[in-house]
Design a protein around this ligand. Structure first.
Ligand code: MTE
Length: 314
């Protein structure tokens, strides 16, 4: 792997950051979070798929697992890591249904064995203007969809995630209609880069990152990747994702990363890589990098949108 010298955070920044953090905290950080599940190894081989292994240094695991969006556990970035530890991820089932010849309810243990696990290093770009580089583990969603045999009428795939008031304190808030729903066009769902992920950084997914399984669609904004999936439904009509229902002016069905189409509140032209603002006065002078068309995966995915007006279908 080739790492540009400019991309390595100088050691003094790490040290400085630690000092800053220590100064800001009233008490010493515990070694492990109370109640945090012990990480379990998830063996995987490196993906051979074109575009699946980004040659950029991964975001520090500590950052990727403590700065999260998972509104079922609170809307602040530091809430999911604390609140999600109460999520029960066993037993767990995922129903795959709708326009399919063989609808089926899969147990999580069967899903873990359904196809060989691959490690894929993807860029995750959040619509809020930050990004991370994460070594995910999983297999193409197409491996699961093939098992249920989509009918000729299937045009879209809807992803429904867990909504359990007892385990998820965020459900008391009305920020979104629960359950959290996302959706893709069938060709997007069948694209080999679309990942059904069970792990990251060599281990099973931490709960705050969407255990026991989530979606990762690397050329779309992060919110397309639904966490803690319970139902996958193939349909003939375009489903309404939760974010589109909440604010159709700000969020569209496709949500492809596009530096030329700004979100009404956030520019999409550039992004801040999480972890790189270390030591830079809380990110005030943090380096921003240009956001790439389709998040850098244009070569693999642009043909799916040939002829489409991407300003209209955002
Ligand atoms: N899935 C569910 N169920 N609930 C959520 O609030 N947030 C989304 C997405 N998946 C979300 C979700 C958003 S806005 C982003 S940016 C990514 O998860 C964040 O994933 P990460 O915390 O693993 O980086």
């Amino acid at each position: 792997m080739k790492i540009l010298p400019s991309e390595i955070t100088p050691r003094r920044f790490h040290l400085q950051r630690r000092t800053l953090l220590a100064a800001a905290l009233p008490v010493a950080l515990p070694v492990a979070l109370p109640g945090a599940a012990l990480a379990q190894a998830l063996p995987a081989s490196r993906s051979g798929l074109p575009g699946a292994l980004l040659m950029e240094p991964p975001t520090r695991k500590q950052d990727a697992t403590s700065y999260n969006n998972f509104y079922e556990f609170g809307t602040e970035k530091d809430e999911p890591v604390r609140q999600a530890q109460r999520l029960r991820t066993r037993p767990w089932t995922v129903s795959v249904e709708g326009e399919v010849l063989k609808p089926r309810v899969f147990g999580i243990e069967d899903l873990l064995k359904l196809a060989p696990m691959e490690e894929r290093i993807y860029r995750l770009r959040c619509v809020e203007g930050w990004s991370m580089v994460i070594p995910w583990i999983g297999y193409s969603l197409s491996a699961l969809l093939r098992q249920v045999e989509p009918t000729g009428k299937a045009k879209f795939v809807e992803f429904v995630t867990l909504a359990d008031r007892e385990q998820m304190p965020g459900l008391r808030s009305g920020v979104l209609d629960w359950p959290y729903v996302e959706a893709l066009r069938l060709d997007e769902a069948l694209h080999p880069l679309t990942l059904l992920s069970f792990g990251m950084y060599g281990e099973l997914l931490p709960k705050q990152n969407g255990a026991p399984l989530r979606l990762v669609v690397p050329w779309k904004y992060g919110f397309k990747s639904g966490k803690s999936l319970v139902r996958i439904r193939l349909t003939d009509k375009m489903p309404t994702p939760s974010w589109v229902a909440a604010n159709p002016r700000e969020y569209g069905f496709f949500s492809n990363v596009n530096p030329q189409v700004d979100h009404p509140r956030w520019s999409q032209a550039s992004e801040r890589r999480i972890g790189e603002d270390a030591g830079n006065f809380g990110g005030l002078f943090a380096k921003r990098r240009p956001t790439l068309m389709f998040n850098g995966y244009a070569e693999q995915v642009a043909s799916m949108y040939a002829g489409m007006d991407l300003r209209r279908f955002f």
